[in-house]
Ligand binder design. Structure first.
Ligand SMILES: Cc1cc2nc3c(=O)[nH]c(=O)nc-3n(C[C@H](O)[C@H](O)[C@H](O)COP(=O)(O)OP(=O)(O)OC[C@H]3O[C@@H](n4cnc5c(N)ncnc54)[C@H](O)[C@@H]3O)c2cc1C
Length: 898
């Protein structure tokens, strides 16, 4: 039941000087605050919203600068919770202006009579959790304090403008404006000498319009940004047709999409497309004038791979050069310091062309920093500009600024949020903070927020929170609080997601880098809107996983744990596989299983180009065997790696790990020869092992003919191939065969014991199941043969084997036998390095095309091979760590030297 009822209008409730008592206090009356009020009311909860501004609108109340518009198409940047509201409002433009969006939010406030529960002109200054009453006490700068059961901060991600960092602002005698706090009355710029400081989204929108009015405009730019033309006009017919064709489906697709706008997932990667095809896609995106389009529809690797990204960045720079007539200005406007999309790109109308006007000057602060602002203008270390008006378009203290501005926020045990967040925000789901019961943040740090269409994210957050409050009330709970375990798990998952994208390679407001002294870290959730929604739903469906719930007269409930332990892309892959409802592979029989795997592999994109791919035949133990050789594009001769594919001794062939072989060939700069060894059940034990040994000998003998370096070779293999590689090393040592300088064993089969914990923990649900492994073993060898070191190398003699790197994946039945092998090798005096891939499954590291978080693992494997071959190590930007000067991201693979 509600604690009390808000008596009439909010202002009446504050008259008696007592704290206003409500179930829920909402701070903010923007997009989020308005919908919150509506939902809470519908849930029968009493609520008040406290808003510093004089009216509703939030962002759209404050940002009245010339040219202010949304940059997500307005048909998407709208509420969707009420179909009647949708049909009652028609947007006039593709990207509506600030006044139109503000009118819309006013219309919404009127339609649901929201203003009566909003206290305008009221800033919340502090918040304190009172443990005795289990209520939040909010202090305000205007009128009564507020006491509430739940405190929801809808304070906005971009609502705390960043103060200028330049000396002398106060001495300036002219007019000063901030884009984020633009006056309500008209600002007259005609005939004036105007300076704009800052070229982020607001600056880029404002500059062309200011240039049209001002006598002289000087733009001070520290960091150039990518921008593309909005091509504004009426809402585009194709998008409108999609929306109106089936509104419900369109909205639902948006909710499950990556960015909150329904665009299909792009599958083609850059290297599969010709230059002409890439240019055609790019020109289409350029003409579309849509950020989500260009960020998601060019090629699948543009947001996750430095090379794929560099292609689009260069095409964008080409557009800048083609538009801006002065080459020096064009160069200064061309971003080189961040991948496209890692910093929020902008939509513009005539931005670049504005620099061709005679009254516009660009000052590149990288070359001539501002020394000071004087009474009459701005002085750089090269010149002085006389200025009448300064416009600061310097952005916001994003995501945390407005939250931290309520100071202190004191939680359980008197702990202040600013202390807890001293090293960066920590949240569970971006919604809650451990130690701060009943506090929720809408689109807080750790949620998709600014990386999404925020209208969609706001609705999702609010629905989730409101549904939880209703469920708690029904169950008799009155407090909800995230656990430390859940919060730490979320931080890890956030970091894993950030590793996946290129955001970590840029110093931006996403990472707090625009605010001096702010802790560095990727603040928004980069895993996407749809995955985020499914995680929130999972938390609820698993009994509020990671939350402690208490209430008078009910037993405390705490399902502690981490909601996502898999790497984000592994989670997606496994989710997709589950949805495909595939039959168990072992039920298909050997031929059926091979057909299935072949079809499956055909559907996957080919790997990246290498210098040369040659198919040939070599001599196996009992006859010729096919091989496929991958040669790097670099001048040879190259060291040779003999590679054995995976497939449980039954499936696969010399081509089935093609993307992995290509990737490793490129990364290591070595020849990979993938061997088509014989398969069970037609050729049972020890056929595969003997072929492995024979093939290695043949390749070592023919190294020069194959274009490789003479001398020792290396062996590598994945899964059953790892088993063959390990066995080959033992046979080569015992039989005096090929010289092997190193072995790379990726998730190898090493033993016939099936009771290690990983076999039980990961028996099902991670593609390689226990029952599939049983079938592989049965197909390859009899129970009596299984203890033979030629199939269970862990049982063999391990002294004097080549140095090794053993890779294991956390969610793999074979994990523990891999670890056991590495430990046994080390105990036998073999130099061995273990790479433990956290959050990965058996196929992660070979699924080059889809499991991008496997990149750093493969980079480390390639470096291990280079070490074996005595070559210098390679370090590619964005793969093994962050760019110099940036905080290094956590590694997906925790390498433990043996
Ligand atoms: C110029 C600009 C363009 C944008 N364009 C887009 C776009 O195209 N698409 C998109 O998805 N997003 C866009 N955004 C992001 C935008 O902020 C969100 O889309 C959305 O408006 C946020 O709504 P909100 O209610 O969460 O926060 P806000 O709209 O920021 O509202 C928060 C409110 O809380 C109030 N407040 C904060 N602290 C306190 C306090 N202590 N006491 C009382 N009141 C307080 C503020 O005054 C403010 O009114 C844009 C942002 C800017 C600045």
């Amino acid at each position: 039941m509600p604690d009390v009822t808000v008596a009439g209008s909010a202002s009446e409730a504050t008259r008696n000087g007592q704290p206003q008592q409500v179930d829920v206090a909402v701070v903010g009356a923007g997009f989020a605050g308005l919908y919150l009020l509506h939902r809470l009311r519908k849930a029968g909860l009493t609520a008040v919203a406290l808003e510093e501004a004089g009216d509703v609108g939030g962002t759209w109340y404050w940002n009245r600068y010339p040219g202010a518009r949304c940059d997500i198409q307005t048909i998407d940047y709208s509420y969707t919770f009420d179909p009647e509201l949708e049909s009652a409002w028609k947007w006039s433009e593709k990207y509506a202006t600030q006044p139109e969006i503000l009118r819309y939010l006013g219309f919404v406030a009127d339609r649901y009579e929201l203003r009566r529960d909003i206290r305008f002109g009221t800033k919340v200054t502090a918040a304190n959790w009172d443990e005795a009453t289990e209520r939040w006490q909010l202090a305000t700068d205007n009128g009564a304090a507020v006491a509430c059961r739940y405190y929801i901060m809808a304070t906005g991600c971009l609502s705390a403008p960043k103060p200028p960092e330049i000396d002398g602002v106060k001495d300036f005698k002219g007019e000063v404006y901030f884009t984020g706090r633009w006056p309500h009355e008209e600002v007259k710029l005609a005939g004036k000498r105007v300076a704009v400081i800052g070229t982020g989204s607001s600056g880029i929108q404002a500059i062309p319009l200011i240039a049209e009015q001002a006598a002289q405009l000087t733009v001070f730019q520290r960091t150039p940004n990518f921008a593309l033309p909005a091509h504004n006009g009426p809402p585009p017919a194709d998008r409108m047709a999609l929306l109106e064709g089936d509104r419900a489906t369109y909205r639902e697709q948006a909710r499950w999409s990556l960015a909150g706008v329904p665009w299909p997932q792009q599958t083609a990667v850059s290297w599969q497309l010709s230059d002409a095809e890439r240019r055609e896609r790019f020109e289409r995106a350029w003409a579309a004038g849509d950020l989500v389009h260009i960020l998601t529809q060019l090629w699948a690797d543009q947001g996750v791979d430095v090379d794929g990204n560099a292609l689009v960045a260069e095409l964008l720079r080409e557009k800048i050069r083609a538009t801006v007539m002065d080459p020096e200005t064009a160069a200064a406007l061309s971003p080189h310091d961040h991948p496209f999309g890692a910093k929020r790109p902008c939509l513009d109308t005539n931005y670049y062309a504005t620099y061709n006007r005679p009254n516009v000057t660009l000052v590149n602060l990288r070359q001539e920093p501002i020394k000071e602002i004087t009474a009459s203008g701005i002085t750089t270390d090269k010149r002085t500009f006389d200025i009448d008006v300064i416009v600061f378009a310097t952005g916001f203290d994003a995501m945390t600024g407005a939250i931290m501005a309520v100071h202190p926020i004191t939680g359980r045990g008197g702990r202040s949020l600013s202390d807890v967040w001293a090293n960066g925000p920590q949240t569970y789901l971006g919604l809650t903070v451990a130690g701060f019961p009943n506090l929720f943040m809408i689109t807080g740090p750790g949620s998709p927020s600014v990386l999404s269409n925020m209208a969609v994210s706001i609705e999702q957050h609010i629905d989730w929170v409101a549904d939880r409050l209703i469920a708690m009330r029904e169950a008799g709970f009155t407090t909800v609080e995230a656990t430390e375990t859940a919060q730490a798990g979320w931080a890890r998952h956030m970091a894993d997601c950030a590793t996946l994208t290129l955001h970590r390679l840029a110093n931006t407001w996403y990472t707090g880098a625009n605010v001096p002294g702010k802790a560095w870290g990727v603040m928004p959730y980069t895993g996407g809107v749809g995955p985020y929604r499914s995680i929130c739903n999972e938390v609820a469906s698993r009994g509020m996983l990671g939350f402690r719930l208490t209430g008078p007269g009910v037993a405390e409930q705490c399902n502690d744990g981490e909601v996502v332990r898999l790497q984000p892309d592994v989670r997606l892959v496994l989710g997709m596989l589950e949805q495909m409802n595939l039959p168990p592979i072992e039920s298909l029989g050997a031929e059926g299983a091979r057909d299935f795997v072949n079809q499956f592999n055909k559907a996957r994109p080919p790997g990246r180009p290498v210098g040369e791919v040659i198919d040939g035949t070599l001599q196996g133990a009992e006859g010729p065997l096919p091989y496929r050789l991958y040669r790097p594009a670099t001048p040879g001769p190259h060291p040779i790696v003999v590679y054995f594919h995976g497939g449980g001794w039954v499936l696969g062939d010399e081509q089935s790990d093609d993307p992995f072989c290509r990737d490793m060939c490129r990364r290591s700069g070595m020849i990979f020869v993938s061997v088509g060894y014989r398969h069970a059940p037609e050729h049972r034990f020890p056929a595969a092992a003997e072929d492995g040994y024979a093939a290695t000998c043949w390749i070592a003998e023919h190294a020069a003919e194959l274009g490789g370096k003479a001398g020792p070779v290396m062996v590598a293999g994945w899964s059953a191939g790892g088993n063959i590689a390990a066995v080959t090393c033992q046979l080569a040592r015992d039989r005096g065969g090929a010289q092997i300088s190193g072995q790379l064993l990726v998730c190898p089969v090493t033993d016939c014991t099936f009771d290690r914990p990983s076999y039980n923990e990961n028996a099902t649900g991670y593609f390689l199941t226990r029952s599939l492994m049983d079938w592989f073993w049965d197909s390859y060898c009899s129970p009596a043969e299984r203890t033979d070191p030629r199939v269970s190398p862990l049982r063999g003699k391990l002294e004097n084997l080549p140095q090794a790197v053993v890779v294991t994946c956390e969610f793999d039945p074979l994990r523990d036998e891999g670890v056991a092998y590495a430990e046994a090798l080390a105990a036998a005096g073999v130099p061995v390095e273990q790479l433990k891939a956290r959050g990965h499954f058996h196929s992660s590291l070979t699924m080059v095309d889809v499991v991008i978080t496997g990149v750093s693992g493969r980079a480390q494997m390639a470096n291990a091979l280079r070490r074996f071959a005595g070559l210098p190590l390679e370090r590619r930007q964005g793969e093994e760590g962050a760019a110099p000067g940036l905080t290094a991201p956590p590694r997906e693979i925790d390498a433990a030297a043996g």
